[in-house]
Write a protein that binds this ligand. Structure first.
Ligand SMILES: [Zn+2]
Length: 424
């Protein structure tokens, strides 16, 4: 191994900038899931030009997939000269809505100094571009490498990954027999290795009441007051219990190193009217109130205990509060995922970061989740991390940007990792 590969990457700066701008300029908004075919087509042309064999996969039947918004994914594979491990770089191609507060064109890809601006620049088209530049440099420097390299561009990560990595994993694309190492270039900062993420459990809780005239509430039963009792019990019991639980996972930021729960929404009584509606509400006692909870949990907490804790609290209310009745409906669940620190991809990228940046990386885990869950739980492939350029806190924000020097540095880390894994 020499520094020749680093020089190649520095020389590819202009290519990297253009590639990143091109990717930003394809507005792959999710929802609804626009332009997936366009971005797959772009990646197909680029990677076919580097002698990758490409496969298009549509996640038919996945949530959101339709002929108008097909969930297209692209996998590109390039075999080496002889057998060996396969290293896979997985990037999601979708971006979240633009939102307000931009001073740059969201899909313009403007360059200012060291920054490229645009929705998806940081999360995660900059990471995708860096991985392509890294792979190009590696192949040019070591045309006789062993094993295989894969690059995938996948749909729908921002909405759970069911039209993307989950679908590919279900169809064997992440089988450990065909892929041995996975790097997901999400924006976790170039000097950090992300080992995994917390779990999530989403549920809707409904309290029941009885409708009556609002002037005689004693003739009905107010579902909103019952929900008030639920929220009170959460405040008194559940939130303090969660705050007392701490994890061995290196979750960042610090506030997420404990169990957390968000009350995502609350609604009771008549539907809200449009803002321009000038009528007055009718006087009714609400017979239903619903909340959606977003409970994030730790490796140390079994999902069944997370669920049971909420149900016990509701059952306790039922036993002591007159006329209290509820229903609970699970919306979704994600089990925590965490790669061991001595896994080959972790030690490889660790050493590469030290080579490139001259410092040891820190290990982190994500407070939310990303596509590693599907590679781990469905694909049964454990040797997976997130590592890529970009400042995590910029993701989904207005004036999102990616640093060109950060992309170059992380491309060097990825290229050096390929040298470790695919050279004799
Ligand atoms: Zn992302």
């Amino acid at each position: 191994m020499t520094d020749a590969i680093f020089r190649r990457i520095d020389d590819a700066r202009d290519d990297l900038v253009t590639l990143t701008q091109d990717l930003i300029r394809i507005p792959t908004l999710n929802p609804p899931g626009e332009n997936y075919a366009a971005i797959c087509d772009y990646l197909d042309k680029r990677l076919s030009g580097s002698n990758f064999e490409t496969t298009w996969i549509r996640a038919e039947g996945a949530p959101g997939d339709s002929d108008r918004y097909p969930r297209w994914n692209l996998i590109a594979r390039r075999e080496g000269k002889s057998g060996g491990d396969c290293v896979h770089f997985n990037s999601h191609t979708d971006v979240v809505e633009v939102g307000h507060g931009w001073t740059h064109e969201p899909f313009g890809g403007a360059v200012e100094g060291d920054r490229i601006y645009g929705r998806g620049s940081c999360d995660m088209k900059g990471g995708l571009a860096a991985s392509i530049i890294a792979v190009d440099a590696f192949i040019a420097e070591h045309p006789d490498y062993h094993g295989a390299i894969e690059i995938s561009g996948t749909a729908d990560e921002e909405s759970g990954g069911y039209g993307g990595v989950a679908h590919l994993a279900e169809h064997g694309w992440f089988d450990p027999k065909r892929v041995q190492h996975v790097i997901i270039p999400e924006p976790l900062n170039k000097d950090r290795i992300c080992l995994g993420h917390r779990g999530g459990w989403w549920a809707e809780i409904e309290t029941k009441g009885e409708i009556a005239h609002g002037s005689m509430p004693f003739l009905g039963d107010c579902a909103v007051r019952h929900m008030g009792a639920v929220l009170h019990a959460f405040e008194e019991t559940l939130f303090p219990a969660m705050a007392a639980r701490h994890t061995e996972m290196p979750v960042v930021p610090d506030g997420a190193r404990q169990s957390t729960m968000n009350i995502n929404s609350i609604h009771g009584g008549q539907p809200e009217q449009d803002a321009d509606y000038t009528g007055l509400p009718a006087h009714c006692v609400p017979d239903s109130c619903r909340i959606v909870i977003d409970r994030r949990f730790l490796m140390e907490e079994p999902i069944e205990a997370v669920r049971q804790e909420v149900i016990d609290l509701l059952d306790d209310l039922k036993s002591r509060r007159a006329n209290f009745d509820y229903e609970i409906r699970e919306i979704n669940r994600v089990i925590p995922s965490m790669t061991e620190r001595d896994a080959p991809i972790v030690t490889t990228v660790h050493d590469a970061i030290r080579d490139v940046l001259g410092q040891d990386p820190s290990y982190v885990a994500s407070p939310g989740s990303y596509d590693q869950k599907h590679i781990d739980r469905i694909g049964k492939l454990k040797n997976c991390i997130a590592y890529g350029p970009g400042v995590l806190e910029l993701a989904h924000k207005p004036d999102e940007w990616i640093g060109i020097s950060d992309m170059l540095d992380s491309a060097k880390v990825m290229a050096r990792s390929l040298e470790t894994l695919l050279l004799p």
